[in-house]
Design a binder for this molecule. Sequence first.
Ligand SMILES: C[S@@+](CC[C@H](N)C(=O)[O-])C[C@H]1O[C@@H](n2cnc3c(N)ncnc32)[C@H](O)[C@@H]1O
Length: 270
Amino acid sequence: MNRAADLAGCEAIRDWLTQRCGIHYPQHKTDLLRQRLTRVQRAFTLNDLGEMARRLNSEANHDLQLAVMHAASTNHTYFFRETEVLEAFRTKVLPTLAARDEIRIWSAACSTGDEAYTLAIMVAETLGFAALKRLHILGTDISAPVIQQAEAAVFSEQRLDRIPPDLRRRYFDSVGIAQYRIKAELRAACTFRQMNLKTMPYPFRKTFQAVFCRNILYYFERHDQTATLNAIYDVTEPGGWLTTSVTENIRDLPTRWIPTDNGIYRKASA
Ligand SMILES: C[S@@+](CC[C@H](N)C(=O)[O-])C[C@H]1O[C@@H](n2cnc3c(N)ncnc32)[C@H](O)[C@@H]1O
């Protein structure tokens, strides 16, 4: 391994991640970045991070690009994350969508789909099981492996520990030892696609009534946070809603989103 090339490579990949994916690794997280990249380096039998940077920048090496994006992103997620903001969504937003012929929700940066399926369960519980037929939830993420897991919709028992037992019984089928699959009606309401939030404008034919963009913005630099929120605004219908994490304060950013509740924002009506 060439030590100088390795160090320079790490810096080049840090820049590549910021420019290409919006994922920002500050200097104090260099060890974490290096650890994650070293795993990819071994898997692709590369000499050092210098070689990795060269390949990322000079070749259309899609597999390597996907592996680096996946390794660098934190996919941590779980069902019914931040119940407080979900409860606000259930009581304030869902009633405004109840009479719609189509309910279109986007879970942007959905990881393994826990958020999308949580929303499907909430719609079924709040608007009735039949509402699933009108429900279209799109989950997108930059990482291909998590999209595959979301599509498979199989979760270990441990992953369901925040879901009340009656909801588990209603919305999951047992499919093996301590393995559960989301029921077909909920799966039918959810579609998953790989997508980079940095690639704008977003390519949707129809606008969404509600978008969830949670626990992703804090990996982005300020200008990417603003650009992402504005691009989401453009694909949200007038009067539509944005839900963020309560830990991500977007009020200081120059966007047109109107704060309503903690973590809930609204687009102005036309
Ligand atoms: C911490 S998870 C959040 C999952 C879920 N939204 C939640 O709140 O539980 C962040 C996700 O963002 C994805 N991600 C990172 N950069 C991205 C980008 N530029 N475009 C789309 N997804 C991205 C990661 O792959 C990861 O799955």
